[in-house]
Design a protein around this ligand. Structure first.
Ligand SMILES: Cc1cc2nc3c(=O)[nH]c(=O)nc-3n(C[C@H](O)[C@H](O)[C@H](O)COP(=O)(O)OP(=O)(O)OC[C@H]3O[C@@H](n4cnc5c(N)ncnc54)[C@H](O)[C@@H]3O)c2cc1C
Length: 301
């Protein structure tokens, strides 16, 4: 029987583990893919406080891991399949085991929807990014493109227009699915050019990205767009459906209160999986700390 089981070893999950570990709670962290989560794949992290000259994502998250383990958290590489909220206690079922616990913290994050085109995985971190706030600063005075037509894609393009010389927006439709204010700002920004009714079919380059190949959705004609950076912003994917009975948004994010409590007593959520505005390492860390404290208080009750 564990006191707390934390799902996901990203910034939110590992921070929660530091807090529950320091409160002497028997803590297990379950991770399906990579310790450090999305933060570990970020090349250089420039906006996490405490590192004035930036830090590699992998290095930062290795520090998180060591700190969580120093306070007794046990980390296992197992994918969680379901969480059962039975009256006699909570059960966490993984691909390999079944665990009993008194409290659960869900910190499984959200992933950017992928384009699934040729060259995407090859140029990830070498021109291709899923986060303009994170990686935009590396493209000062460059030519970049944003794929997507929703609010966040337009916001990413506007953000990049203050950094790069030129920003293309590639969108598969004629109209954007964003607020009129954002659309207006895009249309009136001289650094932004829209490539509408086009999809990306592949990404090309050598050691770094050099171009994206676009296809006109009506004529099927192809064109080569020379860019140094491509930001994919076609939505996030959140999967919280492994917990039955949890209140979630229509796109899969978990509703919590300010103390990270979900709609089920003893189950907390932290980080990108939560319904919230900013999805960054600093905010995931804040959520993780709060979830750890709230779970500790819950277990004392
Ligand atoms: C390329 C890239 C660069 C970024 N750069 C920055 C940056 O510079 N600055 C910044 O502040 N933010 C950056 N971000 C955003 C930042 O990484 C996230 O906001 C942050 O990692 C969220 O932390 P989290 O713990 O909520 O989720 P995640 O980091 O996503 O961690 C969740 C973890 O849960 C695991 N998991 C998922 N499902 C299961 C399951 N069923 N069972 C077990 N484990 C599971 C996942 O494998 C993952 O390891 C970047 C993101 C990306 C993708």
């Amino acid at each position: 029987m564990y006191d707390v089981i934390i799902l996901g070893a990203g910034p939110a999950g590992l921070t929660a583990a530091i807090y529950t570990g320091r409160a002497w709670l028997k803590t297990l962290v379950l991770e399906s893919a990579m310790i450090g989560g999305n933060a570990a794949i970020a090349d250089n992290i420039d906006n996490y406080p405490g590192f004035p000259f930036g830090i590699l994502g992998g290095e930062l998250m290795e520090n998180f891991r060591q700190q969580a383990e120093r306070f007794g958290a046990e980390i296992r590489m197992e994918q969680v399949i379901s969480v059962v909220n039975a009256p006699e206690g909570k059960k966490v079922v993984t691909t390999d085991n079944e665990y009993s616990t008194r409290a659960v913290i869900i910190a499984t994050g959200a992933r950017r929807r992928a384009l699934t085109v040729e060259g995407e995985s090859e140029y990830l971190g070498r021109g291709l990014s899923y986060c303009a706030t994170c990686d935009g600063a590396f493209f000062r005075n460059s030519v970049v493109a944003v794929v997507g037509g929703g609010e966040s894609a337009l916001k990413e393009a506007l953000y990049l227009a203050d950094i790069a010389d030129k920003v293309y927006i590639i969108h598969r439709r004629e109209e954007f699915r964003a607020s009129p204010i954002s659309v207006d700002k895009i249309r009136n920004n001289s650094r932004i050019e829209c490539k509408l009714n086009r999809i990306v079919t592949r990404i090309e380059g050598d050691s770094v990205m050099r171009a994206v190949i676009l296809q006109d959705v009506a004529t099927k004609e192809e064109e080569t767009l020379k860019v140094e950076g491509l930001f994919v912003s076609i939505g996030l994917v959140a999967d919280a459906d492994f917990v039955e009975g949890l209140d979630i948004t229509s796109d899969g994010y978990i509703f919590t209160d300010n103390d990270m409590r979900t709609s089920i007593k003893g189950i907390f959520a932290a980080g990108d999986i939560r319904d919230k505005r900013t999805r960054q390492i600093a905010s995931a860390v804040g959520d993780g700390a709060q979830a750890g404290v709230a779970a500790t208080e819950y277990l004392k009750e």
